[in-house]
Write a protein that binds this ligand. Structure first.
Ligand code: PHE
Length: 339
């Protein structure tokens, strides 16, 4: 009897089922009511009590081993059948959604590309800024109404710490930390305390540019921005400079380009003037150079700043600023092929 149990145990352990039929065969042969193991149990009943005790133990172990084996084989079979579906190779494929870059990222990268070719570096600075870097060093006198041009978010109760209202703070950091010649553009996010509408938002993006060296003049500023406009919007674009005011530049000018929508004949976007504003600019004010430890007798510079949303709007004809931050996939997915 012991002998037979031992051989069966070996058989059970060595059994390899392969498929469903093999597993069923195993069950019928060893475990089912008429199987070999129950048969041995029947035989055992007829034995004298002391032998019964001994055989009973090994026989029970065999039974357990067979049941475990059955369970293990069934599990392996179930996990592999899930991949056993009917494969229809004629079905159209499910498109793989890989995502795409945000339109503002596309525009920012294009702007960087254009200026990098002119030898401009890309500089970065903090979004939480001190009053000095955002206003005072840029020649905004304390309590001067010019500060009202940019409605400011302050951090807590400290009037000295704020969310930057423009990327001009990076100009100050750059001119303080490095010596001319300096040639850099500064893309980044800026914040203003404005009610959200189609034309204004409490945060948006700017790219500012700065060029400081000996003998930098207004003509350099004009040509640089004219080159930028042609690269960005095509050779037919027209550009004009309008006198303006910024505390940190003198003289200052606002830059318009001919309306891309109506090609200058007048429409809603250009408010029937044929022109749309794209940037502020000017020659860096001597006070600003001095505040950063640069001698205005020796060095001059120009600076300009533009809104990335604005440039993007003219590029893709998007007429509502809010769309850029709503994350509506129907809006965002339109831009993946336009670089
Ligand atoms: N910092 C200005 C703004 O945000 C833009 C600007 C930059 C104007 C540089 C002139 C020179 O409005």
């Amino acid at each position: 009897m012991e002998e037979r149990i031992h051989t069966l145990r070996k058989e059970v352990e060595a059994w390899s089922a392969g498929d469903k039929a093999g597993v069923e065969q195993f069950r019928l042969k060893y475990i089912s009511k008429k199987g070999l193991i129950p048969e041995l149990f029947e035989e055992m009943k007829k034995m004298p009590p002391e032998e019964k005790k001994k055989v009973g133990k090994t026989l029970n172990e065999l039974k357990q081993a067979a049941e475990q084996k059955l369970q293990a084989m069934t599990e392996v079979l179930e996990s592999s059948t899930s991949a056993n579906y009917d494969l229809d190779l004629t079905l159209p494929p499910v498109p793989n959604k890989v995502g795409n870059q945000h339109p503002l990222t596309l525009t920012r990268n294009r702007i960087i590309e254009i200026f990098e070719r002119l030898g401009f570096n890309v500089a970065d600075g903090p979004e939480i800024e001190t009053d000095w870097h955002n206003f005072s060093a840029l020649n905004f006198p304390e309590n001067h109404p010019a500060r009202e041009m940019q409605d400011t978010f302050f951090i807590g109760k400290n009037p000295d710490v704020l969310l930057r209202t423009h990327t001009s703070n990076v100009q100050i950091r750059l001119m303080t930390d490095q010596k001319p010649p300096l040639r850099a553009i500064m893309p980044g996010r800026v914040y203003r305390n404005e009610a959200i509408s189609a034309r204004a938002h409490c945060f948006f993006h700017q790219v500012e540019g700065l060029y400081v060296d000996r003998n930098v003049g207004f003509a350099d500023l004009k040509q640089t921005l004219y080159h930028f406009a042609k690269e960005m919007y095509g050779k037919d674009i027209k550009i004009r400079f309008r006198p303006s005011f910024f505390p940190f530049t003198e003289p200052s000018a606002e830059i318009d380009i001919s309306c891309l929508i109506c090609k200058g004949s007048g429409c809603n976007v250009c408010k029937h003037t044929g022109w749309v504003e794209i940037a502020g600019s000017g020659m860096v004010h001597p006070n600003v150079l001095r505040n950063c430890g640069i001698d205005p007798e020796e060095f001059t510079g120009f600076a300009f700043g533009m809104g990335i949303e604005r440039v993007t709007m003219l590029r893709y004809q998007v007429n509502d600023l809010r769309l850029y931050s709503e994350n509506d996939i129907r809006f965002l997915k339109q831009f993946h092929s336009v670089i």
